[in-house]
Structure formats: structure tokens, C-alpha cells
Design a protein around this ligand. Structure first.
Ligand SMILES: *[C@@H]1O[C@H](CO)[C@@H](O)[C@H](O)[C@H]1NC(C)=O
Ligand SMILES: *[C@@H]1O[C@H](CO)[C@@H](O)[C@H](O)[C@H]1NC(C)=O
Length: 495
């Protein structure tokens, strides 16, 4: 048996870049509309849509600006934000929409290009639009990994050859299991949708789907034929350096939507994303800029309070949640009869069929569903955040009794998530001496018997997360079983 302990020390607010958390409490529509992929037509699958009421199947930048309301909090933001919706397929074949909780959040992370920090951050230009993720993807391919393994520490990605754009795009997806009685999981920690048994047992408040957009721009094209190739990820997904050819750093967009999967606890069936994807590898998101560019530039330059609260920027005009919810649009006439909510019959909207991997889904989706692939059912929980941040994503939806995040006075807790885990009891490492720097990355190994403790120390800290992972590897290549045992050491110190 081999036991690894990894200690991920998360970034402190003092060392982090600014961001805002754009709330969009209202949902404009739940409909098969997608002006990027299917302009002027009915889209392939149903989307949860937020933002400007100027949105439509053929909306452009001018249309968004002309919208007379937005379902987001800041009235100057007439952007459009959309993602596929989530459905539940009952055992008898009937589909039902999964309730979406609290609208959506669109984070604007103001991280500079590490390779060119002097370049600053440019507002999205007029007409700018992009897609994150790939609706046809049905597998996870990062070398030497399967989706059920936690990501290696970010400082190792480059040496492991895991910074190709296709790798980064797969790591830009997160399925966060919500249980507000436990410590929150890290953002972008798990890159697949857990199966229903796992969701039922663990994710009492449902699942939060997260997706990070590319934030490096070619500086020329506001769109591209695939709506992706004019932008690229920096080499750590949210932070890091932009690749050659993408010299302009944009705000880093990160969407979160929460789906109340627990409403179906104990009901036989499976969850499926509206594009016919049950494992979640094909989740994606769309963005169309609807800001006046000079205003957005001013906000990017001036709204830099580390709190992330839009209220802390005096430029923003903020409307109430009720006003956000009142902003809706009607589905186009071609869709007015389509049932997208409640029990909707024995097909997904658009008659989308479930398509399993590992090969890509077909664009036309003829419904040639093949055998289900092995859905990872690993039961690890909290771990290091692939974003390396300690931002409290999603907390806006729920007041945690134990606060987590940049100001957390976390209580030491111990959360057993798997009866089969044999957690190592590990002494909390001593805080390293203060050497006055922030971006320290250091790895230490402590061996005791057959226990190897790996300690990774990164950046300045205000709190520490310790994850003890037990891996039982059976000789002969049988499946590894993984459990997790969590300790939280709520101590404040600096490196
Ligand atoms: C940031 O916002 C907080 C309130 O959340 C406020 O107390 C603080 O003064 C602000 N800081 C700056 C630099 O404006
Ligand atoms: C995995 O998905 C990618 C992207 O859809 C595809 O190109 C590749 O062929 C798939 N791999 C397998 C083994 O099917």
C-alpha cells in the first residue's frame, strides 16, 4: 500500500489578482437558442441563457446593447452567457429538467499574462464572442491520467507535457459536489459528472458546474469559424503565460451554474446534459460581449478590490435580484410549443440522443447510442484547487456557517468520505520560515514507514487544506480504489 499526502497551500488574497463576481440571478430563457453555433436557426440542444434581453437566435453585438434589460446584476452589462441545461432521464425513459439554483455566476478574473505582465488586461472588443469546451467531446485524454485521478500539482503540468490547449480545455471543466455541511471542494477539481449514486449520496445541495474560458486573445479576430481558435488558455488554465500568437490578455471568464440533482435522490434514472452527454466531458459555454468597450476597460482598470464584490466598484449600477429575475425573453415562434421544463416526454429537447464515448459524438446526433463507458465513481472530495485560488466561488448562493475563503477562520475538521479509506494520521507540517516572497514553490517529502508524505508549498497563504489520499493498488493492474480523508488546518501564516 502506498499512501500519499498532499498539502496544497492556497493563494492568499494578498497575492492574488482582482476579480469580480457577476451575479445573474435571472434566467432569460431555457430554450434551443444559440446565435453563435446556429445563427438564425433552432439550436441543437437546450440552453440556460442569462444576460441581455437583446438575445435571440440571430443576436449580434448591437442587438445585445439594445436589450432593454439584463438578467445580471450590473445594468451596464448587456453580455450574453449561456450553457447547456441539465436533464434527468427517468428509468421509464421520460426526461425532466433538473432545477437550476440561483441563476448563474460569471466571474471576471483579472489575471495578467505571466509572460507579459506589463501588457495589462484588455476589455473584450466589440463583437467579441467565444465558446469554451467542445460539445462533441466524450472522453478525457490527458496523458497518463484518467478523469478520476486528481490533477498533478500545477507546477508540474509543463514538465508532464500537460499544457497543450486540448489538455487545458479539459482541465477547464469542473463538477463540484455541493454539501454545505462539509468543506467546499476546490474549483475545477473534478472534470467529470459523478454518477447518480455518488451524487445522491454526497452532493446534498446538487452539483455546481464550472467552466473557465480561454483568456489569451490573438488581438485581431473577434470570432473564428469554430468560435475557439481566436483565443487560447494560459498554461495554467486560469493563470500562467499565454502561448505564442495570443499576446492580448482578456478578463478570464468563469461560469458557475448549480443544478439541484438532489431533487432526484432515490429516483431511478440518470442525469444527462442537454447535448446528450452523461459523463460531462462535452460540457461547454458561450459568451457574447455586450459591454460598451470603454466602460468595460475602465472597470477592468479600476474595479480591482480583492473582495470580488461588484458592490465594491462604484462604476457599476446594480439592480436588485427581483429586477434581474424579471428580465426574460420569449422563445422564438418555432419553439413556442416545445416543452423544455417539467416532464417533457421521452426525448431531450431537439430529440438529442445520449451519445457515449470514448469516440466523439456526431454533430448530427443520429441517436446511434453505443454502450456506456465506465463512468468514474471515485469518491475523493476536497483537494487542491486547479485554479490555485482560494476564491469562494459559489458561496454567493448559500451562506456557509463555516466560512471558507480568503477571510476564513476555518475550524479544524475531519471529514471521512469513504468508509474504505484508511486515512493516514499526519502531523500538520510546520509553517516554513518567512522569506519575504510570494511565489514560492517547494516540494518536500516526509517518509514514515510505508507512508510518503508529499508537501507542496505554494505562494503566500491564509489557510491550508490538507488532503490525505489513500490509494490501494492491486497487483496486476486492477482498478485502484481511492478514498479521501480530509483535515483542515485553519491557521493563518505566511510563507
Ligand atoms: C474593498 O471593499 C471593502 C468592502 O468589501 C472595503 O472595506 C474596502 O475599503 C475596499 N478597498 C478598497 C481599496 O477600495
Ligand atoms: C477522445 O476525444 C477526442 C476529441 O473528441 C477524439 O479526437 C479522440 O478520438 C477520442 N479518443 C478516443 C479513444 O476515442
Amino acid at each position: 500500500m502506498r499512501i500519499n499526502l498532499s498539502l496544497a497551500v492556497l493563494a492568499a488574497a494578498s497575492g492574488a489578482d482582482a476579480f469580480w463576481r457577476m451575479e445573474c440571478r435571472g434566467r432569460l430563457s431555457l430554450a434551443r437558442i444559440d446565435p453563435l453555433v446556429s445563427p438564425g436557426e433552432v439550436a441543437a440542444h437546450a440552453h440556460a441563457i442569462h444576460g441581455s434581453s437583446g438575445f435571440s437566435e440571430k443576436a449580434n453585438y448591437e442587438d445585445l446593447l439594445k436589450g432593454d434589460c439584463t438578467s445580471c446584476a450590473v445594468t451596464q452589462d448587456k453580455s450574453a452567457y449561456w450553457t447547456p441545461a441539465m436533464y434527468f432521464k427517468h428509468a421509464n425513459g421520460d426526461y425532466q429538467d433538473v432545477p437550476q439554483v440561483g441563476g448563474m455566476l460569471a466571474y471576471y478574473f483579472l489575471n495578467k499574462d505571466d509572460g507579459n505582465p506589463g501588457g495589462g488586461i484588455k476589455a473584450f472588443p466589440e463583437d467579441f464572442r467565444m465558446i469554451a469546451g467542445d460539445t462533441l467531446r466524450r472522453n478525457y485524454t490527458i496523458s497518463g491520467q484518467d478523469a478520476s485521478q486528481p490533477d498533478p500539482e500545477k507546477s508540474r503540468w509543463a514538465s508532464l507535457g500537460q499544457t497543450k490547449q486540448t489538455d487545458l480545455a479539459q482541465r477547464a471543466l469542473g463538477y463540484n459536489c455541493l454539501n454545505y455541511d462539509k468543506q467546499a471542494e476546490g474549483s475545477l477539481y473534478r472534470h467529470y459528472l459523478p454518477d447518480k449514486a455518488y451524487l445522491d449520496a454526497n452532493c446534498i445541495q446538487g452539483v455546481r458546474i464550472e467552466i473557465m474560458f480561454p483568456s489569451c486573445w490573438d488581438g485581431k479576430n473577434t470570432d473564428s469559424p469554430d468560435h475557439r481558435s481566436h483565443v487560447a488558455y494560459p498554461d495554467l488554465v486560469m493563470t500562467g503565460s499565454c502561448p505564442p500568437g495570443f499576446p492580448v490578455k482578456l478578463p478570464g471568464l468563469f461560469y458557475e451554474t448549480i443544478w439541484d440533482t438532489h431533487a432526484f435522490a432515490g429516483v431511478e434514472g440518470e442525469f444527462v446534459i442537454a447535448n446528450g452527454d452523461v459523463n460531462g466531458f462535452g460540457y461547454h459555454a458561450d459568451f457574447m460581449n455586450g459591454w460598451e468597450v470603454p466602460f468595460l476597460q475602465k472597470a477592468v482598470d479600476q474595479c480591482t478590490n480583492l473582495s470580488g464584490r461588484i458592490e465594491d466598484c462604484s462604476l457599476f449600477d446594480i439592480q436588485t435580484e427581483d429586477e434581474q429575475r424579471m428580465c426574460t425573453i420569449d422563445a422564438p415562434s418555432a419553439l413556442s410549443a416545445e416543452k423544455v421544463a417539467g416532464l417533457i416526454g421521452n426525448a431531450l429537447p431537439g430529440n438529442v440522443k445520449i451519445q457515449y464515448g470514448p469516440g466523439p459524438a456526431t454533430a448530427k446526433n443520429p441517436g446511434s447510442a453505443t454502450v456506456p463507458v465506465d463512468v468514474p465513481t471515485v469518491t475523493y472530495s476536497e483537494g487542491h484547487s486547479a485554479t490555485g485560488s482560494s476564491y469562494t466561488q459559489g458561496l454567493i448562493f448559500h451562506e456557509l456557517s463555516t466560512s471558507v475563503g480568503v477571510d476564513a477562520q476555518a475550524q479544524p475538521t475531519s471529514v471521512g468520505v469513504n468508509a474504505q479509506a484508511q486515512p493516514a494520521t499526519t502531523p500538520a507540517p510546520e509553517p516554513p520560515a518567512d522569506d519575504g516572497k510570494y511565489e514560492i514553490v517547494r516540494t518536500e517529502y516526509v517518509t514514515s514507514g510505508d507512508v510518503v508524505n508529499m508537501i507542496i508549498i505554494k505562494e503566500a497563504v491564509e489557510y491550508i487544506t490538507v488532503t490525505t489520499t489513500t490509494v490501494t493498488a492491486t497487483v496486476g493492474g486492477a482498478k485502484a480504489r481511492r478514498g479521501a480523508h480530509l483535515h483542515r488546518h485553519g491557521r493563518r501564516h505566511r510563507l
